[in-house]
Design a protein around this ligand. Structure first.
Ligand code: BGC
Length: 757
């Protein structure tokens, strides 16, 4: 203890208190004292034991590397005592006592898990999304961490891609608003506080554009598409002050992102003014060798010069830059720049003031999985759920009678949390059965039956889906026996609630699917349940849009609950029984069939547009499928009924930098109090480059009591008319514009105006 105090004193003396303004000069002064080896050590980020959860926290090899100053940061583990041990190794043993940074994949909560990001996005509630990140920061820092590998802001238009679950869907404007809310939530206003985490925005860039939705696949897209549709959320995160960025696995214009100078320097730093540091994705630097752009020494030098600062796991920078420096392939200035950015990050986090700032063994008990955190998770989960169908007002359910609660997810805690829950413990989660008992258990009779395995393809499960540990147990009974049991339960019940869909690991990293329907074993169950003629409610778990044409036709109600997190079961019951009236709206289009992908609302008209009527030849359509999605972007129902008045424009002829106000009156014409996401879209029908049929430009989430009406206004400026032209300049062009306001991207009220220069 005494030794440690002395050490802290040394550290504090070497790095006295500073203000944010002099971070750069402090970092430069420290850099001036460093040897080449010490500098390269700062660029090195490694994972103890080689695995996030199961590895020994500080393996011998890692330990000796830390002691010899070859490690700038660690990730993949947590807990104040473990992190203290690791920090001690760096601070007490290295010549300059430089503290390490500690990161983790905190994606949708740390230990109190919130809905998967695609679900969070469906809430369209920036306050709640920010709150989820703030609680994640409170819990992550209580566990000794100071760096979150989040937010993931990759736009995705392809539901086959498993990582669509980790982002906010297909829209760049909504994605940008969410990116800002997440950065605010993690970082707060002062990164050096011990309850804020540095955000790491990923995956820069365009990772969601993988061809055919296949994980890690090639990305190839026009600059206009990048600027208009894929880059805005990353830019929004820069504007919000994100401290770090992670480069992506994919290539851009034939150059892997991790070594792409245009991306990491020209765009990110020069055009956008990003001041933080860039870390690679997991061995993405080394993978440039597989991409076929050079050997490890070449790609390491290329990446450093491109603007990469820190190397995750691969140690290419650590092991090759010395040689490249001698051979003149990189300069000391290149190395200094990367090292400086990492030191600045550590200064911002306050680690030089106190390397143990985030380490307090009393905090986990005070700050993690508290009743307040769990209450927030329950509320946020309820807000993320989307009512996809509700025939004859079957929902909300009455708190009386008998419910047949069936399906492989009905009584299943393991799959409540969803993908990327490194520190989350499924045993802490509330199952659907438990939630229903908590909310309505005393007044209803519940009969349960599993009904089906997640899939009958056990090889897929054992080898791929369960690759990270058992997540879905396989019931040895035959499908027929399980279905018979469920049908018997249904026959005794007033209503059937079938809890079906994807397991947590059927989406997320390396979980692309070529068939995005509910697996056949569960569809067979649903078909048998439908035949009973009982009212059928589907509670759908999914990490992506699924193809649900049959389900939409035959179920009476469908509630999409994504993977709802720790308090999922309670939140599902809150919505099913009407304690909360659902208000979520999908943020990624649900296709009718996989052949329609990529399908997204902000598409172009084409030269031969199809208006949806008849069966004409030589139009942009399919022989065997409609062009329409099953559920459009922005879609989601409520237990109440919202009515929109026509759109009123304050002006219909504008000039120059004038503004106008577009207003609708929204009325709650139903019986329940409820929230509606009012969406504003704009169409620019004629421009020098082709534009989308419409683009989201604003939204407001409004609460109305039954019978209540409210005027909802949006101010429209030329900013909302602007787009990237063929020189990639952001401009607006005069002419006609159409303003749409409505309940989803397909169901809007519209009004036209003229705007001249
Ligand atoms: C993922 C990143 C993640 C990193 C560290 C990679 O495989 O692509 O999103 O942050 O691993 O766990």
């Amino acid at each position: 203890m005494k030794k440690m105090l002395t050490l802290c004193v040394i550290v504090l003396l070497s790095y006295p208190s500073f203000s944010q303004n002099d971070i750069s000069s402090k970092a430069k002064a420290l850099l001036a004292k460093m040897t080449l080896e010490e500098k390269l050590g700062q660029l090195n980020l490694i994972i103890p034991g080689g695995a996030a959860v199961t590895g020994s926290v500080v393996s011998t090899d890692v330990e000796s590397k830390i002691k010899s100053g070859k490690v700038g940061g660690l990730f993949g583990f947590w807990g104040p005592d473990q992190i203290r041990k690791a920090q001690d190794l760096a601070v007490k043993n290295t010549r300059l006592h430089i503290p390490m940074i500690f990161g983790l994949d905190i994606i949708h909560g740390h230990k109190t898990i919130f809905p998967i990001p695609l679900g969070l996005a469906a809430s369209w509630d920036m306050g709640l999304i920010e709150q989820s990140a703030k609680i994640a920061a409170l819990e992550g820092t209580a566990d000794g961490l100071n760096w979150a590998f989040s937010p993931m802001v990759d736009i995705a238009r392809d539901a086959r891609w498993g990582r669509i679950s980790e982002g906010s869907g297909e829209d760049p404007y909504l994605g940008g608003e969410i990116a800002k809310a997440m950065v605010r939530g993690y970082q707060g206003t002062d990164l050096s506080k011990n309850n804020t985490l540095m955000a790491c925005v990923k995956h820069f860039a365009l990772y969601g554009g993988a061809e055919a939705g296949r994980e890690y696949n090639t990305v190839d897209m026009s600059r206009i598409k990048m600027y208009e549709y894929y880059l805005p959320p990353y830019k929004a995160a820069v504007d919000a002050g994100a401290g770090s960025f992670m480069s992506s696995f994919n290539e851009i214009d034939g150059v892997p992102a991790t070594g792409n100078k245009w991306l990491l320097t020209d765009l990110l730093r020069k055009q956008w003014g990003f001041k933080g540091f860039v870390v690679s994705d997991y061995t993405s630097l080394n993978e440039m060798v597989n991409h076929g752009v050079g050997d490890l020494q070449t790609v390491s030098a290329q990446s450093l010069k491109a603007g990469l600062d820190m190397d995750m796991v691969g140690e290419g920078l650590l092991n090759t830059l010395g040689k490249s420096l001698k051979e003149g392939k990189v300069s000391m200035a290149d190395i200094d720049q990367a090292c400086l950015r990492i030191l600045e990050g550590k200064f911002k986090l306050g680690l030089f003031d106190d390397p143990y700032r985030y380490i307090d063994e009393t905090r986990p008990a005070k700050d993690i999985l508290t009743p307040a955190n769990r209450a927030a998770a329950r509320n946020i989960a309820a807000h993320s759920m989307v009512l996809l169908k509700n025939d004859k007002q079957l929902l909300p359910l009455k708190k009386s009678g008998t419910i047949a609660l069936v399906g492989p997810l009905a009584d299943n805690k393991r799959n409540m949390l969803g993908t990327w829950v490194v520190a989350g413990d499924w045993k802490q989660s509330v199952s659907v059965l438990e939630g229903i008992k908590n909310v309505a258990g005393n007044s209803i009779n519940i009969i349960t039956a599993k009904g089906a395995n997640f899939t009958n393809d056990t090889a897929l499960f054992l080898k791929r889906v369960n690759a990270l540990g058992v997540e879905a147990e396989i019931d040895p009974r035959s499908s027929a026996d399980m279905i018979d049991e469920a049908v018997a339960a249904a026959n005794k019940a007033d209503v059937v609630v079938a809890v079906v869909g994807e397991t947590s690991n059927m989406s997320g990293e390396a979980a692309s699917r070529a068939d995005i329907s509910i697996p056949a074993s569960q569809q067979d169950l649903l078909k048998a349940l439908a035949k009973t003629g009982k009212p059928l409610v589907i509670v759908l778990f999914n990490g992506r849009p699924l193809t649900l044409v049959w389900e939409n036709e035959h179920a009476h109600a469908i509630l999409d609950v994504w993977a709802p997190g720790t308090e999922g079961g309670n939140a599902i019951a809150d919505v099913l029984f009407g304690n909360y009236n659902p208000s979520g709206k999908i943020t990624a289009t649900f296709p009718r069939s996989v052949g329609q992908i990529p399908i997204y609302y902000n598409h172009k008209t084409t030269g031969r547009p199809f208006d949806g009527t008849g069966f004409p030849k030589y139009k942009s359509n399919y022989l065997d499928e409609s062009n329409d999605p099953l559920y459009p972007f922005g879609y989601g129902l409520s237990y109440t009924k919202f009515e929109y008045s026509p759109v009123m424009l304050s002006k219909t002829n504008l000039k120059g930098e004038e503004k106008l106000t577009a207003t609708v009156t929204l009325t709650n014409a139903g019986k329940y109090a409820g929230e509606e996401v009012v969406q504003l879209y704009i169409t620019d029908p004629v421009a020098s480059v082709t534009r989308a049929v419409k683009d989201l430009k604003g939204f407001q989430k409004i609460m109305l009591q039954p019978g209540e009406s409210k005027e909802i206004s949006f101010v429209i400026t030329t900013e909302q008319l602007s787009f990237y032209n063929s020189e990639l300049k952001k401009i607006w062009e005069p002419g006609k514009f159409i303003v749409h306001i409505g309940t989803n991207s397909s169901n809007v009220q519209s009004a036209e105006l003229q705007w001249s220069k």
